[in-house]
Design a protein around this ligand. Structure first.
Ligand code: ATP
Length: 301
């Protein structure tokens, strides 16, 4: 009987390896796949990617024709500024990021980067100008150095180390016995949500795009990790135009402008102070999250 078990066990292992490969591919596809209908217009110029502004002008969008998600959405981020997008789950926050990457085209209105309509420039130049720190970072079953270096082809070790320190993960990596050669993933080092997000920040620092989108992790981070990520987010936003898709309001207090998205429309817009003074939707969300925070803190004591 044992003779029969061994091949079965081996088969199980092969199956698990293949399945993991497929899961990784699916996750990657989410990031890089483009529906077939999105094509460059003939003779499209490249995006002129100096420090750009970003503008949504009356954007209508739905994934399906019978369900509109964004309704005449308009907002503008000035060059080098940080815009935070907050709002209830399902309001359309991540959809804004997908449209900026041009994974889909809006059914109405225009999206401009540096005054150029993104539907009229090459997709290659658009994607090169954009960096994203996604909610869930895909890590390859390879070394941590490789996982950071993936941000820019041909990056050398010095640049990888500098990016790791810029993302506040360098000291941690250097404390590991194998340093940047430490294997991560399935059979190697398991990174926490906060650490994975810092790997993504390091990748983006290496890529050095003029426009970045930070899609904050929905998973709860402890307050120390959250404070560290906020710090590194500050260094990421330095000298770039930045959009932060936020789930916790504590992440957005320093943004130049905050928009509160509600069912695909801008319900409120202003700085943290302005919105608190207004006493509307944002102020109510702030109070609710402050209460939750107090409860959590009381539980951890
Ligand atoms: P959360 O805070 O929960 O991440 P969100 O504000 O980022 O939410 P989106 O992910 O932008 O919300 O989704 C907006 C709406 O679009 C949701 O109702 C969602 O179900 C729908 N949606 C998202 N992706 C797709 C898709 N690929 N196909 C069809 N509908 C989708």
């Amino acid at each position: 009987l044992m003779q029969l078990f061994r091949p079965l066990d081996l088969l199980g292992m092969v199956y698990r390896t293949i399945r993991q490969g497929l899961v990784d591919m699916a996750a990657m596809f989410d990031l890089i796949d483009t529906p077939a209908e999105i094509v460059d217009i003939p003779g499209a110029p490249a995006l002129d990617s100096a420090l750009p502004s970003v503008e949504f002008q009356n954007v209508d969008f739905g994934y399906d024709p019978d369900r509109q998600i964004l309704h005449g959405l308009s907002f503008k981020v000035e060059p080098g500024q940080t815009l935070a997008i907050v709002g209830p789950s399902g309001a359309g926050k991540s959809t804004i990021a997908r449209l900026l990457f041009r994974f889909y085209d809006p059914q109405g209105g225009r999206i401009l980067i540096g005054g150029q309509d993104i539907a009229r420039v090459t997709q290659g130049s658009l994607r090169a100008a954009l960096g994203i720190v996604p909610q869930d970072t895909v890590l390859f079953n390879d070394t941590i150095g490789y996982n950071i270096g993936y941000g820019r082809e041909g990056a050398n070790q010095d640049e990888i180390v500098r990016a790791a320190h810029g993302a506040a993960i360098g000291t941690f990596i250097e404390s590991l016995p194998k340093g940047y050669d430490t294997e991560v993933g399935e059979r190697g080092l398991k990174l926490s949500g906060g650490e994975k997000q810092r790997v993504a920040i390091a990748r983006t620092l290496l890529k050095n795009p003029p426009l970045t989108i930070f899609d904050e992790a929905t998973s709860a981070l402890d307050s120390a990790t959250e404070a560290e990520i906020l710090d590194t987010l500050g260094s990421l936003a330095q000298g770039r135009t930045t959009l932060v898709i936020a789930h916790r309001l504590s992440t957005v207090t320093h943004a130049d402008t905050i928009i509160v998205l509600d069912r695909g429309r801008v319900a409120e817009q202003g700085s943290h102070r302005e919105l608190l003074r207004k006493g509307g939707l944002y102020a109510a969300m702030w109070q609710r999250q402050a209460l939750e925070r107090e409860k959590e803190e009381a539980q951890t004591i």
